[in-house]
Design a protein around this ligand. Structure first.
Ligand code: CAA
Length: 257
């Protein structure tokens, strides 16, 4: 694997997304590796899974804008279907999952955290669904899971405005379960995971199934994938994504001088 690292300590697995030069952004390759890693988990051995990003700047900065920039409608659809399938796979694992969010969790990053059972955040964590500013919509389940977690009214406000929220606001609205100083976020996630992993695998599988059946089994991810795709090849999408790329190129040029 180029971008995914899986470490196992006792009965706890830690899956790290490592693509730090793009703040761990999700492209086709990362999503495929994530999918394969989830398929490879041995549930006789792993009883709780932590998901984190490499480094402390970002959990995941979202779907890869450079890759999406020139997508056709069909490519947009395929990307959303892939992302939604991987996140549904994560959501449906028979073990508890904890997102340890340090730094940016934007777009697909926020969606990845929401596909986990529990979200722990560092004080530096920043959450947002900024897709509106890119002329698209969330494509990895964000239009569905955000509303389940924070309520429809709040979800719509966050989706329409794309505004960034701090860890403490995320805690207030129920998007995250707890906030820790940045220096101890991964330690705290490990502690919680080790505690949870001691439980009966059968009982945990059962409680997760019971909760998910009620709240997460009827997600309309196919509807989202079609609507996500419909935003591509539009003037707004092309211009907004081009502007992001140009901004980062300009920033680099300035830093060189
Ligand atoms: N896709 C591709 N590259 C990204 C990226 C992304 N989502 N986020 C950051 N990067 C890259 C930057 O292009 C830059 O690369 P270079 O060094 O090669 O120029 C590098 O990561 C560092 O980023 P910045 O220089 O921008 O760092 P910063 O500290 O100034 O800003 C940031 C950090 C606020 C996260 C900013 O990078 C940003 O706004 N990123 C985009 C966030 C975003 O819009 N995410 C949503 C994507 S859409 C989506 O996810 C849809 C979906 O549901 C499927």
């Amino acid at each position: 694997m180029k971008h995914i690292l899986l470490e196992i300590k006792g009965a706890v697995g830690t899956l790290t997304i490592d693509r730090q030069d793009a703040l761990n952004a999700l492209n086709f390759e990362v999503l495929k590796e994530l999918s394969e890693t989830l398929d490879s988990l041995d549930f006789n051995r792993v009883n709780c899974l932590i998901i984190r990003g490499a480094g402390t700047r970002a959990f995941v900065s979202g779907a890869d804008i450079a890759e999406m920039k020139n997508f056709s409608v069909e490519e947009g659809h395929n990307f959303s279907v892939l992302g939604n399938n991987v996140f549904t796979k994560l959501d449906s694992l028979p073990i508890p999952t904890i997102a340890a969010v340090c730094g940016y969790a934007l777009g697909g990053g926020c969606e990845l955290s929401m596909a986990c059972d529990i979200r722990l955040a560092s004080e530096s964590a920043v959450f947002s669904q900024p897709e509106m500013g890119l002329g698209i919509i969330p494509g990895f389940g964000g239009t569905q899971r955000l509303a389940v977690l924070v309520g429809v009214g709040r979800a719509k406000e966050l989706l329409y405005t794309g505004r960034r929220i701090s860890a403490s606001e995320a805690l207030n609205i129920g998007l995250v379960n707890a906030v820790y100083p940045t220096e101890i976020i991964f330690e705290e996630a490990e502690k919680m995971a080790q505690r949870i992993a001691k439980n009966s695998p059968t009982a945990m599988r059962a409680v997760k199934k019971a909760v998910n059946k009620t709240y997460f089994s009827d997600l309309h991810t196919n509807v989202e994938a079609n609507l996500f795709a419909s935003c591509f090849e539009t003037e707004e999408q092309r211009a907004a994504m081009e502007a992001f790329i140009e901004r980062t190129i300009a920033k680099k040029e300035k830093e060189k001088k």
